[in-house]
Design a protein. Structure first.
Length: 271
């Protein structure tokens, strides 16, 4: 990979990777990591799916590679924050703590180049199902996992026919009226909280739906996920944000010398 092909950002926000599940598209996340650099990397919850691994242990080499890649970024000067989610909530009892150079927290405030302050948090605290009927949320998680397993079968045959990846779970989510209504209400509720706390915006994950919207002066940003959408939220050096849809651009990158690492001084000059 040529250095001038790298996507260089001030900050990258990733959420809902769900390492430890068969639905996780770790190979694509590794591609994105190898083709991007940033001063800050925020892991916005549900990176490791402890819920799923408590039922069935699943941890292929690509999932280990993702962890190693994150640790390597931290060693080479990237500021890495791990924000806890509901699927990795068992780690919350240990925070705040450090895992090597990685800061593990429940939430963090991010200040942009323009001086705007964003609350960075996974977002499960505003999920009514999580808050009042956790058992229902876990039941939904099981149903979601079954859909993702069906996705694997469907996309196996789609690849044989030369077709691109397609998510049944995502298709159903946006076809069901109540699901669409839930997403809209969630986004509004989260934004209202940010407004009450005097933030300029809020950055979250949790609902697997990447978004950049404004609610009554509050910038609502959602990172999306690496199960269905393969999206990352990225802050540019002018203080603006963009959602990167990796599936749409990955074919534009040539993966040569993938393990080449830009040292911190080189990175700053490249930015």
């Amino acid at each position: 990979m040529k250095k001038n092909n790298l996507k260089i950002y001030k900050s990258i926000f990733i959420s809902d990777v769900h390492l430890g599940t068969k639905g996780c598209q770790a190979n694509k996340l590794l591609e994105f990591f190898k083709n991007s650099r940033s001063e800050n990397l925020y892991l916005v919850g549900d990176i490791i799916d402890v819920w799923a691994m408590q039922k069935t242990f699943y941890w292929p080499q690509e999932h280990n590679d993702v962890i190693q890649k994150i640790l390597r970024k931290a060693r080479h000067g990237t500021n890495v924050f791990y924000i806890m989610g509901n699927h990795d909530e068992m780690l919350r009892k240990f925070i705040p703590m450090h895992f090597g150079s990685i800061k593990m927290v429940n939430r963090v405030i991010h200040e942009t180049v323009k001086g705007k302050k964003y609350l960075v948090v996974h977002g499960d605290a505003w999920d009514g199902v999580m808050k009042y009927a956790k058992w229902l949320s876990k039941l939904g998680s099981i149903a979601y996992e079954l859909l993702l397993k069906l996705n694997i079968v469907i996309n196996f045959f789609r690849r044989l026919r030369g077709k691109e990846y397609w998510s049944l779970a995502k298709f159903l989510k946006y076809k069901v009226k109540n699901a669409v209504k839930y997403i809209g209400e969630y986004e509004k509720t989260v934004s209202d909280y940010a407004k009450r706390k005097k933030f300029d915006g809020i950055i979250c994950g949790h609902i697997h739906h990447a978004e950049d919207r404004n609610f009554d002066g509050i910038n609502y940003l959602n990172c999306g996920d690496w199960v269905e959408s393969c999206t990352a939220l990225c802050e540019k050096y002018d203080g603006t944000f963009e959602i990167v849809y990796w599936d749409k651009i990955r074919e534009n990158y040539i993966y040569e010398n993938q393990d080449n690492v830009i040292e911190v001084d080189q990175f700053k000059s490249a930015s």
